[in-house]
Design a protein around this ligand. Structure first.
Ligand SMILES: [Zn+2]
Length: 453
């Protein structure tokens, strides 16, 4: 059973992330009426957090920054959202409770819904129910708080900037390496089915004598480098399928592959662990995989985006071996699973406080965009669909996290392949993103802020 989460804990968790969003903001008092704060928030959510219900009452929609935004825990929708008085401000929706609810992943912890891979399904989420998955709602709440703090302090707050060039947002480009040797299979199978035996023979000969089209890590890194980016490769060190037959890697982590990865690291790329099926719920499996793999890694992403909200964040080995994870995204839809576009510290409901490894949430996976079980966007629809999401990440100084599997750099993939990837990269570059590896983002985000002068 989870411990009860006090009002002080919820407030501290939310405000910690607010200060991380606006480093250098003046630390004035923010809270509910009982502490007579300078920025007072209406208290609405208290009774909800004494329950184990996964979903709160439906949100009220209010306009902020020209955008309709859902406000949970808002029982005065007719009142103005932000009331500015002399030396103080009042916010009439309980944005602390609402931010805690979304950022902590409360719905996933208390819902029992899981899909066939053990994941919390998008279909069971408030993001799906109220259609706001592509909106970083918590960042909008923080922007209301920003306006209140600016009024009371008389100082302008600047959102986080990234890198030496002080870019308005960062981009994290990663590749889950599930397959290196299977690119020949689909065309060979098609040739057989069409009884094109000559073509089949040529493909088989190529397969036996030449590197596979998916054995392309160096080429992938070179394509990302065209935009000033450096790839993060999440390596899957388990080639045995899971007990239900779901595949893990189609390759083995050989000494030769390790050497290639070392060479890529030398060029500025990063190697992370792609935890195989089962490791997200088993500390023993994760530990032995880490030991066996012997990779130089600070980051983790689980294969199939596996994540059990009641177990995974609390696996001690995540904290002991990794500085960050980057699994949290809905496989079914791009956007913001925790309604937040910056890195954050996952909340541990078992002990009632946040864990000290960083989650760099994933925003979009290539497979989500075109897959029988997910979306079926046409190639020309992909970038237009993603552009508004990237614009919001830029507005709030966040991280645009893009997963493009190395196998989808195969020119034979014309639906969610290299061409669509390059369109996304050109867009991010044009918008001024600072391309960073996960490790860079972790280092920059956890560095002590310089005091506001
Ligand atoms: Zn994978």
């Amino acid at each position: 059973m989870p411990v009860s989460i006090s009002e002080e804990v919820r407030l501290a968790y939310v405000l910690r992330h607010f200060w991380l969003t606006y480093p250098g903001a003046p630390q004035l008092s923010i809270g509910y009426a009982d502490i007579q704060p300078q920025v007072e928030i209406a208290k609405v959510g208290t009774s909800f957090f004494a329950t184990t219900a996964p979903y709160p009452a439906p949100p009220q929609w209010r306009e902020w920054l020209g955008q309709q935004v859902p406000f949970f825990f808002d029982d005065a929708p007719a009142a103005p959202l932000l009331v500015l008085q002399e030396n103080r401000a009042f916010i009439s929706a309980d944005i602390i409770s609402a931010a805690f609810y979304l950022l902590s992943g409360w719905q996933e912890y208390f819902s029992t819904e899981r899909d066939q891979h053990g994941r919390f399904p998008y279909a069971a989420s408030v993001q799906q129910q109220y259609s706001f998955v592509a909106l970083p709602v918590v960042n909008y709440y923080f922007d209301v708080l920003r306006a209140a703090v600016e009024h009371v302090s008389g100082q302008l707050l600047q959102p986080r900037r990234w890198g030496d060039q002080q870019a308005a947002f960062a981009a994290f480009i990663s590749h889950d390496v599930d397959n290196l040797h299977s690119g020949w299979k689909a065309p060979a199978k098609a040739a057989l089915q069409q009884r094109q035996l000559g073509r089949f023979g040529r493909l088989l000969w190529q397969h036996l004598t030449q590197p596979d089209a998916w054995d392309n890590l160096e080429a992938v890194a070179a394509q990302v480098a065209q935009y000033g980016g450096r790839s993060t490769f999440f390596i899957l060190p388990n080639h045995c399928p899971a007990s239900n037959g779901t595949p893990n890697a189609d390759y083995r982590l050989t000494r030769r592959l390790e050497q290639r990865l070392e060479q890529l690291e030398y060029q500025g790329c990063e190697t992370g662990l792609h935890g195989s099926l089962g490791t997200s719920i088993s500390p023993g499996k994760l530990r032995s995989e880490i030991k066996r793999a012997n990779l130089n890694t600070t980051g983790c992403r689980f294969h199939y985006l596996s994540w059990e909200p009641r177990l995974t964040p609390f696996i001690a080995f995540l904290r002991d071996f990794f500085s960050y994870d980057s699994t949290l995204c809905f496989a079914e839809y791009f956007g913001f699973r925790h309604s937040y576009c910056l890195p954050f510290y996952p909340f541990d409901f078992n002990v009632g406080q946040e864990v000290e490894f960083l989650e760099i949430p994933l925003n979009v996976m290539d497979a989500t965009l075109h897959h029988p079980n997910y979306l079926q966007l046409a190639p020309a629809e992909i970038l237009p669909a993603l552009r508004p999401m990237f614009a919001k990440i830029k507005r709030f100084g966040g991280v645009a996290s893009v997963l493009w599997h190395n196998q989808n750099f195969d020119p034979a993939n014309t639906t969610n392949g290299p061409r669509q990837f390059h369109e996304i990269m050109a867009h991010l570059q044009h918008e001024g993103a600072a391309f960073r590896t996960g490790r860079d983002i972790w280092e920059e985000f956890t560095r002590e802020p310089t005091p506001n002068s």
